[in-house]
Design a binder for this molecule. Structure first.
Ligand code: HEM
Length: 272
């Protein structure tokens, strides 16, 4: 089915506007960031969370909670050395307990990090292939395909629409992460989507698993640090071997609530 960049659907009696594709999502969440910074309603979240916490709060309360969260995360050292050390410790702990994503990742880890020390964030810039693999995992296994709902904070002129204040907005992150203009054969897992012809890492404006604009994920820096340090530490020490041929593993994601999760499957963790 072909969708336009802005369309309306009904979830029961709730009228919802969906933003589809990179241009519409960027225009709304970044260029008109203020208007689209409200949080939309989710019946289940209303029932369970009752508007508490950052994710489902709005207005002044949200601003204060967000400021507080960012300051606390910064004080805690998000994206800085102290957290890096804590994640390295966690990764070493994992390694102690456990002792092929791809040979190329192993090769890069052996060349840049070696076997005698823990990987650190400074290594990432010299490991374009590993960085591209992590980006491609997040792109293909996007855990929040429709984004978390937003709401417009006032009557908003967007393209040729007037969107009434309070309307729920779903920025369809999946439509950006799977845009075939940016990611040819977008349904296939291919780290080459994030590499240029010389094998250097290539940034993409279409890579938005953490969303964009004023409500962008507060934990992005921490999550990206964890993904890099945990994956590299595990692969530095182990080869992961599925019990069946990798092409027979069903990687279709299971959707529940607003999130996607991979199906569980078994693999062997072999010391290298
Ligand atoms: C791979 C891991 C993660 C992914 C893919 C992810 C993705 C997202 C997405 C898509 C949103 C919705 C943004 C929007 O409303 O447009 C979000 C919001 C949020 N995330 Fe994350 N997240 C991750 C990890 C984390 C971590 C580790 C933390 C905490 C340290 C965190 C804290 C939050 C908070 C507090 C919000 C709400 C922000 C707000 O409403 O202003 N996330 N995240």
């Amino acid at each position: 089915m072909k969708y336009g960049p802005v369309f309306t659907i009904y979830l029961g009696s709730l009228r919802v506007v969906v933003l589809y594709g990179q241009e519409a999502v960027k225009e709304a969440l970044i260029d008109q960031g203020d208007e689209f910074s409200g949080r939309g309603k989710l019946a289940l979240a209303d029932k369970l969370i009752k508007g508490a916490g950052i994710i489902f709060s709005n207005g002044e309360r949200w601003k204060q909670l967000r400021r507080f969260a960012l300051t606390t995360l910064r004080n805690f050292g998000m994206g800085k050395k102290s957290v890096e050390e804590r994640i390295q410790e966690e990764a070493r702990f994992l390694v102690e307990r456990l002792r092929n994503t791809h040979e190329k990742v192993h090769e890069e880890i052996d060349r840049v990090v070696g076997r005698s020390r823990s990987p650190c964030m400074a290594d990432r810039s010299q490991m374009p292939y590993t960085d591209a693999v992590i980006h491609e995992v997040q792109r293909t296994a996007n855990i929040v395909p429709m984004g978390v709902p937003h709401a417009v904070t006032r009557d908003t002129h967007f393209r040729h629409y007037i969107i009434p204040k309070g309307t729920t907005i779903f920025p369809a992150l999946q439509s950006v992460l799977h845009d075939s203009r940016e990611f040819p054969k977008s349904e296939q897992f291919n780290p080459g989507h994030f590499l240029d012809e010389n094998g250097a890492f290539k940034k993409s404006d279409f890579f938005i698993p953490f969303s964009a604009g004023k409500r962008i994920c507060v934990g992005e820096g921490l999550a990206r640090m964890e993904l890099f340090l945990l994956l590299t530490t595990i692969l530095q020490n182990f080869t992961l071997k599925p019990l069946v041929d990798p092409k027979d593993i069903n990687i279709t994601l299971v959707t529940s609530f607003v999130s996607n999760a991979p199906k569980p499957y078994q693999l062997c963790v072999l010391p290298r």
